[in-house]
Design a protein around this ligand. Sequence first.
Ligand code: EPU
Length: 421
Amino acid sequence: MARYEIRGGIPLNGTVSISGAKNAAVAILPAALLVSGKCRIENVPDISDVRILLDILEGMGARIEIPEQHVVEIDCSEVHCSEPDGYLVRQMRASYYLMGALLGRFGKAHVALPGGCNFASRPIDQHIKGFLGLGADVDETEDYVALKPSEEGLRGGRISLDIASVGATVNIMLAATLLPGQTVIENAAKEPHIVDLANFLNTMGARITGAGTDTVKIRGVNALHSGTYTIIPDQIEAGTYLAAVTAVGGNVLVTNVIPKHLECITTKLQEMGAKVIPYDDAVRVMRSGKLRRTTVKTQPYPGFPTDMQAQVCVCMSLAEGVSRLTESVYETRFFGYCTELESMGANIHITGKTATVQGVEKLYGSSVCAHDLRAGAALVIAGLAASGTTSVDQIHFVERGYEDLIGKLTALGADIKRVED
Ligand code: EPU
């Protein structure tokens, strides 16, 4: 098993370039199933979730070329299968986007239930509500979801989500793009990757408006055509480096970002004592003085992202005073890392949805275990900030979503290596 070994206490300095957004890539690659012809997709992150998804699509008959790093050319014209490989589907969470994409392409789908980060119960009832609203007949078991047209047939519909779910919004957009009539998603998620998926589909000929607001309208078109699209930078990868510099100290220029997407994160890091300077497509973060306490509540976009909860908790652990961190998206997300942080000396008390974090003078190197992607990233930050050596196990979780973490951190002066035991 591979692990990271980190010698902490070294400030981070230099420049780090952010990769394409994981959560946009994992929606846009299945969307290529809807396109008649070749899609050239640029700024694709080189992470294991993307590699698994490409394997799934290739196994279904997609022709995939990687002409250069971060560029994927994908032609799904020859795909005739609506049942992706169950073993691969279970390796990741976002494989559930194959449900919407295959329903949109073939009018049917048979997709195993996904795996991935299980830091909480992650139901898909809102996805199913969406498919039903589009006229699908749904057979859901413990192992798979099978979709086919109902007697009334598939057509656009008005779907009001009970929760502004990112996954359900994406799946409905994928399923509705080629359906006759208009689909309206009310209480849609507004995350940047929803907008990115809409922009990708519109570039290929779809007619989607309102992405980024709580009402998304999709007027069905007969076909999508070839095209080229560049994926947005990863908000959470960028936020992770910003939090790392805040926790560890230093001066780093984080490039290839959309600063507007980071405001919900940088506001809190500034409250804690980081200095942040935004540029057109970069953000500089500096921290040398003491960290101050703060209060954070995770919210859907444009609120503070749940995917930054664990990283900011490390900053809080090193801040003077008592910070409060409330999770409002996934209640059980604290359990993926708080015990591990406590083994490094953090003082965290969890009551329901809120963690009360009493800042400590220092964290100490320890042997810890990543239980999910963002928890793993937080433990890496803790290791970089701690005195002594930290070993982070189960790093396959981290590698699902962070491209070249070791290379990027090493270039900033960190002492971190990947060790195969
Ligand atoms: N929910 C339901 N029913 C549903 C769908 C969601 O009850 O049918 C609940 C969830 O349990 C959760 C809330 O609604 O409490 C929001 O879930 P959402 O559907 O928005 O999340 P997701 O689509 O499963 C995506 C990201 C996650 C990120 C969340 C929230 C992708 C592939 N994943 O998950 O990213 O935490 O949105 O922003 O886009 C990560 O990158 O580490 C990650 C976990």
